[in-house]
Write a protein that binds this ligand. Structure first.
Ligand code: FUC
Length: 795
């Protein structure tokens, strides 16, 4: 009798069990870790991104027709190219003279004629293709849902047709170097579909070989033929290939001329691999066909389950290092699109945690050791002519992409940027020579896959010398967080030293006050045209010298050069406060309080630099506040994101939160509109259009509200400032695994705005200075030990 009871119970539960295999219950969804929607994406900016650093894909979640648009990060237009303008340096003196005489238009004209890269622009990141899936008879689906689970880095689609449940999972495996697409049905023989590969390129071939679809093409159809100077762009030489292998479980596989059909199966797994002929910025002799074959060979013998497990293990080994819980409520359970729209009124803290973790998810997905750095769109681009070429704009955007890397415990993800800087320190040597007749290296406001370093676009904004100096600081920050001396010696210091060498000779005396050394010809990014002496340059160069001096002293090298840098450092034109009480953007007091320009470059010294701090340089910090009040709380997505960081560094958590609110809004426009930043329905940042920097800037800004470690005590040990800018709206929460300079992994909780627990793991054995509520608790530490603190110590 009892057995019969259990048997009946089992029969009753069976459908639920099989349902759960398809869809975890809502309760299991952590609202800080999942994006979900109850209908497919209509637009690319509604599709969900996955990536393994090299391959990226956008999953639309269509029902009858699914599109998975994909990219491979090395598919760019052009070929290895030398951009410098031979002999440009002959005009350097004239440019400076014209600017000292206030003849800016003539300087622009001269610059455009003799000082710009050849051609005037750089090359462009290209889309690759689409995996297309057609499911006949699926038009009447019920119970639809699509998700992106950030912890597992898997995008899933669920629905039901005629009582059969369907589940689709997509992930980009780093260990497997493939995009894996799994199609499951709840009934034997119920899975029927046709799949093919397409591409937006003008010319490409698709063929079928057994269970594989092969797409081959070359990048020579780049739509722009002439640069702005009328010269042609270098011809596009990269070749590319993708292969989609289809493995069915049950049923039958039918190979058509350029598509594959699967009939009456239960499940199927599709493996997409892709490659180009790119080897490095100077070599495109790779063989994409061979690479694709190798990728597929490496997958052989691995079941879907094994690949999935391996993928989750790999991804979560990075992602799970840091957890953030800001609380949740009923609101948090709604679909992501509704949460985005209502955030402006509900201010749901779990949405803040979701945006924070999404930035980390996107960084892991677009930037892994050995890959290219995340470009303006990370690795996700569906356009042959993407906005700003989807390249690397280094007068803020690329750097912003990497602000969260160290502090949110993803040091490895910074590696592609660090490697790129090393490469530009080579291409930038010729630019230093041809454009400035100087030693060392320099780069301007953009770079591309070919590591272009000469000024592009137009003299009025392209001649900005501090791109390399800013990027170099990421190498120093990497050292500050990891304490890796071998890295400092072998990789970072040579780059810092040669960047400093350039600037040591490049700075010139200010004629009105020859005690001051100034930068120029240069500019304050994208505001005000070519000038002598923009404030931002001085802050960046000063910090570069400072870091180079410290690095040389740690390594015990180059004592004479250190003396030169110290001397120059002391004479770089200082920050100045102008007549409105603002921080001056230029040498002259020329700021317009009504200017709402998106770049707030002259606050670089506040963030990401650290020469301005409310507790130390109070007046300058007040001047930053005046400047920010002039510029306002709007702008592009990335501009709003920068301001979250600025206000956190000004220790004003509530204003920082206001900027976060101004970023977590559904963007009003798909067009380029400098005042309409926000997020799209898939929570990707809108400049607009889509630009990924704002996602990363938001993650960094939230981290800066919770921990700052840029200040040091008299012995050079860092302060770990806990909750330095906690907004009232985030008054309760806990974080574990956030990183501070000096090698500390810190975990703490707070309630009603007050710290309630804190512990810190010392990774390097440095002295720990935890500061909260104006009190510092210091401890000598042992490497690898975790220290738990009494809250009463901070009272
Ligand atoms: C700079 C910004 C723009 C945009 C572009 C990629 O030019 O001023 O807003 O972010 O880079």
């Amino acid at each position: 009798m009892r057995n019969l009871y259990y048997f009946i119970l089992f029969l009753f539960l069976l459908p639920q069990l099989s349902c759960n295999r398809f869809r975890e219950s809502e309760k299991e969804l952590n609202p800080s870790m999942v994006l979900w929607y109850d209908e497919p994406a209509n637009e690319w900016t509604e599709a969900l991104p996955v990536g393994n650093g090299r391959l990226g894909a956008m999953v639309f979640g269509g029902i009858e027709n699914e599109t998975i648009q994909f990219n491979e990060e090395t598919l760019w237009s052009g070929q290895p190219h030398v951009y410098e303008h031979e002999g440009a340096h002959e005009y350097l003196g004239q440019l400076r003279q014209l600017l000292w005489e206030g003849k800016q238009d003539q300087a622009h004209e001269l610059g455009n004629r003799h000082f710009m890269s050849q051609p005037f622009g750089q090359l462009c990141y290209l889309p690759f293709g689409d995996v297309l899936l057609n499911f006949p008879d699926h038009e009447k689906a019920t119970g639809y849902e699509r998700r992106l689970n950030l912890e597992e880095a898997i995008s899933t689609v669920f629905y039901e047709v005629n009582d059969v449940k369907f589940k689709r999972q997509v992930f980009a495996s780093e260990p497997g170097q493939a995009l894996v697409i799994r199609l499951e049905s709840s009934k034997k023989g119920a899975l029927n579909f046709t799949t093919g590969l397409g591409s937006p390129h003008l010319k490409y071939d698709v063929s079928v070989d057994g269970d594989q679809i092969i797409l081959k093409g070359n990048a020579n159809d780049y739509p722009r033929e002439l640069g702005r100077d009328g010269n042609p762009y270098p011809e596009s030489k990269l070749t590319f290939e993708a292969r989609l292998k289809v493995v069915n479980e049950g049923g039958e596989l039918i190979a058509n001329e350029n598509s594959i059909e699967v009939a009456d199966a239960r499940n199927a797994t599709l493996y997409l691999v892709a490659a180009t002929s790119f080897v490095d910025y100077d070599d495109i002799s790779g063989n994409p066909e061979k690479r694709c074959e190798e990728y597929l060979t490496n997958l052989q013998g691995k079941s879907f389950g094994t690949l999935k497990e391996e993928h989750i293990r790999d991804f979560s080994s990075l992602f799970n290092r840091l957890t953030l819980d800001l609380g949740s409520s009923e609101i948090s359970k709604r679909p992501t699109d509704e949460r985005l729209v209502s955030f402006i009124t509900d201010e749901d803290p779990s949405m803040v945690a979701l945006v924070f973790q999404y930035g980390r998810y996107l960084l892991i997905s677009s930037s892994r050791p050995g890959t290219q750095p995340a470009n303006l769109q990370g690795i996700w681009n569906d356009k042959l002519a993407p906005p700003w070429d989807s390249k690397y704009t280094i007068n803020i955007n690329t750097e912003m992409n990497y602000w969260p890397a160290e502090i949110t415990n993803l040091s490895e993800c910074a590696e592609p940027l660090l490697s790129m800087v090393e490469e530009i320190s080579i291409t930038g040597q010729n630019v230093a020579k041809e454009h400035y007749n100087l030693k060392g290296w320099v780069t301007h406001h953009n770079t591309d896959l070919w590591r272009g370093a000469a000024p592009i676009n137009n003299a009025n904004h392209g001649i900005w010398v501090s791109g390399g100096a800013w990027l170099s600081q990421h190498l120093w920050w990497h050292y500050q967080f990891t304490g890796d001396k071998a890295y400092l010696k072998n990789r970072a210091y040579p780059v810092l030293k040669e960047a400093s060498r350039f600037f040591a000779d490049y700075l010139v005396p200010f004629p009105e006050n020859p005690e001051w050394l100034v930068s120029g010809p240069s500019k304050s990014p994208e505001n005000g045209g070519l000038v002598m002496g923009p404030t931002m340059d001085h802050q960046i160069i000063r910090t570069l010298f400072f870091n180079t001096i410290e690095a040389a002293e740690i390594l015990g090298v180059d004592a004479d050069f250190v003396e030169v840098l110290k001397e120059k450092h002391a004479h770089i034109a200082p920050n100045q406060i102008g007549r409105h009480g603002q921080l001056q953007e230029w040498l002259e007091d020329a700021d317009d309080p009504n200017n709402k320009h998106r770049h707030v470059s002259h606050l670089w010294g506040l963030h990401p630099g650290n020469e301005i701090h409310p507790l130390i340089t109070h007046e300058l910090a007040e001047a930053c506040k005046v400047t920010l009040s002039h510029r306002g709380d709007g702008g592009t997505g990335w501009s709003r994101a920068w301001k979250i960081n600025f206000w956190a560094r000004l220790l004003d958590g509530d204003h920082s939160f206001q900027l976060l609110k101004n970023l977590i809004v559904l963007t009003e426009s798909g067009e380029t509109a400098y005042k309409k930043g926000g997020l799209y329905l898939n929570l990707l940042d809108a400049c607009p259009p889509f630009q990924i920097d704002g996602n990363f800037g938001a993650t960094s800004g939230i981290a800066e509200m919770l921990l700052q470690s840029q200040l040091r005590d008299e012995n050079g040990d860092y302060y770990q400032d806990l909750l330095p800018a906690l907004p009232v709206k985030l008054s309760t929460g806990k974080i574990s695994g956030i990183k501070g300079r000096g090698g500390f992994e810190i975990s703490f909780a707070w309630e009603n705005g007050k710290l309630v627990s804190v512990e810190a793991k010392s990774l390097l054995g440095n002295k720990l200075n935890l500061r909260y509520n104006g009190k510092t608790v210091s401890k000598e530490t042992m490497q690898g030990e975790t220290y738990v603190f009494e809250i009463s110590d901070f009272q």
